[in-house]
Design a protein around this ligand. Structure first.
Ligand SMILES: NC(=O)c1ccc[n+]([C@@H]2O[C@H](COP(=O)([O-])OP(=O)(O)OC[C@H]3O[C@@H](n4cnc5c(N)ncnc54)[C@H](OP(=O)(O)O)[C@@H]3O)[C@@H](O)[C@H]2O)c1
Length: 433
């Protein structure tokens, strides 16, 4: 049995430095648990001369990826450099050289994870990617091991810290999206180009990975209906709150009768729902299993040491497999063909705000549209708008559970109704089952 496992680290930035620190600072406990040592043999970087916040022997650094891939000493490649195409090629080559892979790269795994896992299986290698979803929260291993005996029916996740930070600030301080985004950028919680976060793409990538693991399918990123948070206003948050709800960017993955829905969209949750209480940059994943019922996993979704802790735990799992000679079964490959629900099979309550003529008969005309689609209401608010001369009022409603097609039909018919001046916003409502 090997007494030392050698790793090649691709990247020495935020996460890579955390990996170096954990391997150094927790070295005694890691060795005790594994029965062997882990040593970093080579580190791939862009710039060898760059100042680092960890002490590294300069001879370990390289800009030549071949020093890792074709290095017979290296057993495991840890990829924490990011990027998709070039990184895929590096990992593909590493697997072909029989190296096990640990990655934090959700962008890559959401697009090419299935190919990498297949290639790894054919080459008896492991590919672990715990850090790619919800940073330090051990959610992938909880799904694949801790809940292995159960059948997962539904997951709801706050899996993007940037948007959760923004929505928390907007709600608590009644500030508009643009000014909170600016503050988030100044504090380092949002990138200078925040598109992938605020448009929901980052969350969609993570939900793809979660859904594939939970439902054992090959759901593609393009199967995930995605909407971000840029259109949410202070009034949306205020009226939602008046009705007892908090708006969060929720990734949903649910299965019924073998058909799945996976999406990311702003969603109203009851104020006392555990996910509504997840604030600032924190992440959480709520999982409903047929046997276990409700569980929730909560913690930091990013950051140097939290993310590195997930990486090193993956590394330890790979090392155990290497020593036992059982590599190549990282996560079970897809068992079922993906079958997506259509809009008639996706059920939810909906919150809707509209501006209407403030005159006799308006309310009847509006409710008639909903009645024609067999949609009834759970909560209604009617408020005169501040500028009386405009003769307008605002109606805020929450429907009972309907299918998405019924609700979209209502939206279409309302937009053709002359008394409806504007449909201001509408969002899904969840968490009340
Ligand atoms: N940051 C987080 O909290 C977090 C959380 C979860 C997942 N992740 C994922 O972890 C990965 C790394 O994120 P990070 O925040 O650590 O990134 P980062 O701070 O930008 O570090 C990237 C590192 O990779 C190196 N690198 C990048 N492209 C390279 C190339 N083509 N050739 C050689 N070296 C290259 C850089 O070298 P130089 O230092 O020489 O420039 C740097 O050391 C990404 O996939 C990210 O999505 C990050």
């Amino acid at each position: 049995m090997k007494q030392q496992i050698n790793i090649g680290l691709c990247g020495l930035g935020t996460v890579g430095s955390g990996v170096v620190k954990i391997l150094e600072n927790h070295q005694e406990q890691i060795k005790y648990k594994l029965g062997c040592e882990i040593r970093i043999t080579k580190i791939l970087v862009n710039d060898i001369l760059k100042k680092r916040d960890v002490a590294i022997d300069p001879s370990v650094l390289t800009t030549n990826v071949d020093d890792l891939i074709y290095n017979d000493e290296i057993d495991v490649v840890v990829e924490v450099m990011g990027g998709i195409d070039n990184t895929y090629t590096i990992l593909e080559q590493a697997i072909l050289q029989k190296k096990h892979i640990i990655t934090a790269n959700k962008d890559l795994m959401a697009v090419s994870g299935a190919q990498l896992l297949q290639l790894a299986k054919e080459n008896s290698c492991d590919v672990f990617f715990e850090a790619s979803v919800a940073g330090g929260i051990p959610i992938l291993r909880s799904l694949s091991d801790g809940l292995a005996s159960d059948r997962i029916q539904k997951m709801m996740g706050i899996v993007n810290g940037t948007t959760n930070f923004i929505l928390t600030k907007m709600t608590e301080e009644q500030l508009p999206f643009a000014s909170v985004l600016k503050e988030a950028q100044e504090l380092g919680f949002a990138e200078s180009d925040p598109t992938a976060d605020v448009e929901g793409l980052d969350a969609a990538r993570k939900m793809t990975l979660l859904a594939n693991l939970a439902f054992k399918m090959n759901i593609r990123l393009e199967d995930v209906e995605t909407q971000g948070i840029t259109m949410i206003t202070e009034d949306d948050l205020k009226f939602a709150n008046q009705l007892g709800y908090t708006i969060k960017l929720i990734g949903i993955a649910a299965i019924n009768d073998g058909k799945v829905e996976v999406g990311v969209e702003p969603t109203l949750l009851p104020n006392d729902h555990p996910l509504a209480l997840v604030k600032n940059e924190y992440n959480a994943v709520y999982v409903y299993g047929e046997a276990v019922g409700e569980t929730m996993f909560y913690g930091p979704g990013a950051g140097s040491l939290p993310t590195a802790s997930a990486i090193v735990s993956d590394l330890m799992a790979a090392v155990k497999n290497i020593r036992l000679g059982v590599s190549g079964n990282s996560y079970i490959s897809p068992q079922y063909t993906t079958q997506l629900k259509d809009n008639k099979e996706r059920y939810s309550k909906y919150f809707i705000r509209m501006e209407v003529d403030d005159e006799t008969g308006t309310f009847f005309k509006v409710t008639d549209i909903f009645a024609n689609q067999k949609v009834s209401f759970e909560k209604i608010l009617q408020l005169p708008l501040p500028n009386k001369e405009l003769n307008t009022a605002e109606i805020v409603m929450v429907t009972h559970t309907v299918n998405k097609q019924q609700f979209l039909n209502c939206i279409e018919n309302l937009s053709e109704l002359s008394v409806v001046k504007k449909i201001i916003s509408y969002y899904r409502v969840d968490g009340e089952e």
